[in-house]
Every structure is written in structure tokens, then in C-alpha cells.
Design a protein around this ligand. Structure first.
Ligand code: BTN
Length: 262
């Protein structure tokens, strides 16, 4: 059972659409690790692992994700019938679903935008991180995709690489707690997974581009061994960032950290 924000009162369990199953844990190392274990044991499409806190939360590029009680930590097992090259599209499906869920609950004081690849920003500061992991079958199809999401509701790191914030700090109402956000997220995910399955990536990409920061502007992209500067030209048909250099050449970026260029 999940504890409430103070760690005392039990929180009410969210009501999810019938297609979803929920595994609610008080504390876990990493919901992604737990979801992965369950996926390997055959967990169904749309199984959600939700934890009140994580003791070994993981971020992108091997970083850790500090996970005290009060925020929303979850991982979703997805079993899309798609090619591995299309799996990254699901992180945009999840990003749009979460962005819409937050936007509908957080009120007008919180402007929700996206930062490539899948960060959700609250008034320009990082409020959500997504971690996508996947496995393919020997036949070259996707076996499972795990989408891990950490949303800063009560807490945020003061010393993050990119300025961070929480929904509470930005003025979200007290009614927005992990259980209510999870419930709305599942509703939105059902919608956006359906859009993706029936109409492809185009509509998801369009929805993501409506809220993205920095499109058409000068950005710096930090890669493990180099830093590139150019204009954020577009998002390609699989979700990669197209960086346009001053001389008109372009480069397709599939992983990296994006910063606005001052
Ligand atoms: C990032 O580096 O921005 C991604 C952070 C992803 C954190 C979430 S919290 C739930 C899930 N479990 C993890 O261990 N990580 C993801």
C-alpha cells in the first residue's frame, strides 16, 4: 500500500481504465527495474508499477534520480507490435499524455512545455523526467517497452544540471497528488496510445511540437564527447532532433542534453 504525502495517511488508490493493471508499492529500488522484471515474466501491455518512493531511482545516461516521498514515480510496461526503430515514438506518446494530464490538473499558474527529448517543464523548469527502455524479439520486433516517469509534485533537486521545480512550488492546487495525477495520466495514455496505434506518429508529433521549447531557435546540444550548436530545426519521423548548422548542413541527434543558447 502506498503512503500519503506525509508518509502517514494511506492515499486512495486511483481508478484506472479497464485496460490498465496497477501494482502499487510503498517503496522500491527503481520502478523501471521492477517493471522490467515483470515484463520478463510476461506482464501484460499497460501494466503500471507505481511506488511511493524509490531508493535507487535511475535517470538517463546512467544518472541517479533522487526519489523522496510526495512525487510520482511509475513505470509502464507496453507491448506495442512495432519495429524497434519505432519504439522511441512511445516516449513522445507518454510525454504528451503526461503533459496533458498535468496541464488539466495544475491550473493556470503552471505553464506546461516540453524540452527535447522527453522532459516536461513547469514554467520553464524541469519537472518531469522520462526513461525509456526496450527489448526486441529474435524476430526483430519489439518485445516490451518500459516507460519510466518521475514527476516532481512536492520535491525537486536544487542542484540539477538544468533548473528544476515542482508542481507545488509553481502553484498547483493541493488536490494534485500522486494518485490523482496517475489516474488522469492513465486516462490520457489510453487516448494517446489509441491515436498512435490508429493514426501513427504524426498526430503525436504535432501535439508534442505545440508545447516544445526552442523549436526554430539556437540551441546547444551536449553529447557525451562533444557539444554542438545550431538551430533546433525539427523533430524527425521517429522523434530524433534535427539540428541545422549555420552553413545549412543538418545532423540527426537521437540522444543528448539540450540547452538554450544565450
Ligand atoms: C531523466 O534523467 O530525466 C529521466 C528520469 C526518469 C526517472 C523515473 S522515476 C520512475 C522510473 N524509475 C526509475 O528508476 N527512473 C524512472
Amino acid at each position: 500500500m502506498i503512503s500519503g504525502p506525509s508518509g502517514t495517511a494511506p492515499a486512495r488508490l486511483p481508478e484506472l481504465p479497464p485496460a490498465f493493471s496497477l501494482i502499487a508499492l510503498d517503496s522500491v529500488g527503481s520502478t523501471n527495474d521492477e517493471a522490467r522484471r515483470l515484463a520478463e515474466e510476461g506482464a501484460a501491455h499497460c501494466t503500471i508499477v507505481w511506488a511511493g518512493e524509490q531508493t535507487k531511482g535511475r535517470g538517463r545516461q546512467g544518472r541517479s534520480w533522487t526519489s523522496p516521498r510526495g512525487n510520482l514515480y511509475l513505470s509502464i510496461v507496453l507491448r506495442p507490435d512495432c519495429a524497434p526503430s519505432e519504439a522511441a515514438q512511445l516516449s513522445f506518446v507518454a510525454c504528451v499524455a503526461l503533459g496533458e494530464a498535468i496541464s488539466s490538473l495544475a491550473g493556470s499558474r503552471v505553464e506546461v512545455t516540453y524540452k527535447w527529448p522527453n522532459d516536461v517543464m513547469f514554467n520553464g523548469k524541469k519537472g518531469v523526467g522520462l526513461l525509456l527502455e526496450s527489448k526486441s524479439t529474435p524476430a526483430g520486433r519489439v518485445d516490451w517497452v518500459i516507460v519510466g516517469m518521475g514527476t516532481n509534485i512536492e520535491h525537486f533537486p536544487e542542484d540539477a544540471r538544468y533548473p528544476a521545480s515542482s508542481l507545488r512550488k509553481e502553484g498547483a492546487p493541493a488536490s494534485l497528488v500522486p494518485a490523482t495525477l496517475l489516474q488522469e495520466l492513465a486516462r490520457q495514455l489510453e487516448t494517446w496510445l489509441d491515436v498512435w496505434r490508429k493514426r501513427g506518429f504524426g498526430d503525436v508529433r504535432a501535439a508534442w511540437k505545440q508545447r516544445v521549447q526552442g523549436l526554430g531557435r539556437a540551441i546547444e546540444v551536449r553529447l557525451p564527447n562533444e557539444t554542438l550548436t545550431g538551430v533546433f530545426g525539427d523533430l524527425d519521423r521517429n522523434g530524433a532532433l534535427i539540428l541545422t548548422f549555420e552553413d545549412g548542413r543538418t545532423r540527426t541527434i537521437t540522444a543528448g542534453d539540450v540547452f538554450p543558447q544565450s
